[in-house]
Design a protein around this ligand. Structure first.
Ligand SMILES: Cc1cc2nc3c(=O)[nH]c(=O)nc-3n(C[C@H](O)[C@H](O)[C@H](O)COP(=O)(O)OP(=O)(O)OC[C@H]3O[C@@H](n4cnc5c(N)ncnc54)[C@H](O)[C@@H]3O)c2cc1C
Length: 422
């Protein structure tokens, strides 16, 4: 018997009977056309069963080239299997950058865009907002091109699509000129300061991440990622809203060594080596974990913080660390930040699924008054009806998926529960 494939965290064994690793787009087309149930697989970093199928998983890991950089249009076209870790250095060497990255570079660009993956920064949208065109192998095996320019509103439905429309074999992403970033970490920011001065604090750097275990009214670590520019000071200020500069490099989970983390202490470096928290050649985060994340409209952040803090005793035995980030609102139909500038509350749990799933309903109930949308790629227990009510464009997305996948070839249990119905 062949061994079944697992996701990165090991909490999910995919139900797929077969896993295919095509090397050409034509092969992807043949595979999709000739298979009744199929699903694209990225780098397997989702904790939920969003990428699962009972049919055939199609991994594009062998289709991972940079196709072209268009200097005039300021775009890059890539194949559907490339990871941010593979793409970043190539772009940087050519003088270009992506505006933002997630906490880890290990993830596939197509897989990240498909779930609305994000980094941080008041003015930075989720990673999918950089996509300006996609080439997708749809259910009948044909290749369809979508672009922001030609498809307008419909394109907003196609980018964060949870693999429901087909296999994305090429993406075109907007670029910005390459830039350098300094990363400084501060310790012990009073939570009251964060609540009182949220805009000033999250707006104080290009990307701001706040780490806490919620066991006291304090943010244990503040990570400030500042773009290096002529008018930005070289020196980090000696205090930050009551927090003090870290005197050594830190891992967000304080007990772990920082060698898996990107360089701190203000040392400037290329964007792709500072925007993620973790280095591409190391295990990101703790490696033994589950994750959840909830997005609330920015205006509700203070209430959401207090609601989580009130659950600290329930969180304590299973929480490794929590991260608070900000994400600019967007127009992508299934993006968790659709229509709202958001504050994302992330939870790195222990890998004890039973205990995590016992706490999640309490956390979700506490966050429910704040219209919290769960991350599609992380674990949640929210009832399907409650989740669907949080996405005003979901009915449009259902119609889109019925148009491109009438027989439900790309559907799986996750989509049937939360998005398309059976
Ligand atoms: C340690 C760790 C840290 C994380 N940090 C962050 C973070 O900072 N921010 C954040 O938002 N999330 C974060 N995540 C979650 C992660 O970014 C998402 O789950 C993301 O979707 C993973 O991408 P993947 O390529 O592994 O996708 P998979 O898990 O392989 O697939 C996810 C979805 O994408 C679809 N898909 C993949 N490839 C294609 C394709 N070519 N065509 C069509 N559909 C496709 C799949 O069908 C599936 O629906 C983290 C996860 C881990 C494990």
């Amino acid at each position: 018997m062949t061994e079944r494939l697992h996701n990165w965290a090991g909490n999910l064994t995919y139900g797929a009977a077969r896993v295919e690793y095509p090397t050409t787009v034509a092969e992807v087309q043949r595979l999709v056309a000739g298979t009744a149930r199929v699903k694209a697989l990225g780098s397997r970093h989702s904790f939920s069963d969003v990428a699962d199928t009972t049919g055939t998983l199609v991994s594009l890991r062998n289709l991972n080239r940079v196709v072209a950089v268009d200097r005039e249009q300021r775009t890059v076209t890539i194949e559907g299997g490339i990871t941010y870790g593979e793409l970043g250095p190539v772009l940087d060497a050519a003088g270009w950058a992506l505006p933002n990255l997630a906490s880890l570079p290990h993830i596939a660009v197509a897989g990240a865009c498909a779930t609305g993956t994000h980094g941080s920064g008041d003015r930075n949208g989720g990673l999918a907002t950089s996509a300006s065109a996609l080439e997708v192998v749809i259910a009948d095996g044909s290749l369809v091109q979508f672009s922001r320019e030609q498809d307008g509103d419909r394109f907003d439905g196609v980018v964060v699509a949870l693999g429901a429309l087909g296999v994305v074999v090429r993406l075109t992403l907007d670029l910005v000129p390459a830039f350098a970033v300094r990363q400084n970490v501060y310790e012990e920011l009073p939570l009251a300061e964060l609540e009182a001065r949220l805009d000033a604090i999250t707006g104080s750097a290009y990307s701001v991440s706040l780490f806490t275990d919620w066991q006291g009214p304090v943010i244990q670590q503040v990570w400030l990622k500042q773009r290096v520019s002529d008018d930005a000071p070289d020196e980090a200020p000696p205090a930050f809203y009551g927090a003090t500069p870290a005197t050594r490099e830190l891992h967000p989970i304080g007990r772990l060594p920082a060698d898996s983390c990107t360089a701190q202490r203000g040392v400037p470096g290329p964007w792709h080596t500072r925007l993620p928290h973790f280095r591409p050649d190391h295990t990101p985060s703790s490696g033994d974990e589950l994750q959840s994340e909830y997005f609330v409209p920015r205006a509700y952040a203070g209430g959401a913080f207090r609601a989580v803090l009130a659950l600290r005793e329930a969180l304590a035995p299973i929480l490794q660390i929590s991260e608070i980030r900000t994400v600019a609102g967007d127009t992508l139909w299934l993006s968790p930040c659709e229509g709202r500038d958001s504050v994302a509350l992330h939870f790195t749990w222990s890998s004890d699924r039973t205990r995590v799933e016992r706490v999640l309903p309490r956390l979700e109930e506490a966050l429910q008054p704040f219209a919290a949308r769960p991350h599609w790629g992380k674990v949640f227990t929210l009832a399907p009806g409650s989740l669907r009510a949080l996405y005003p464009r979901l009915p449009d997305f259902r119609r889109l998926s019925a148009d491109y996948d009438p027989s439900g070839k790309f559907r799986n249990g996750f989509l049937e529960r939360y998005v398309t119905g059976i």
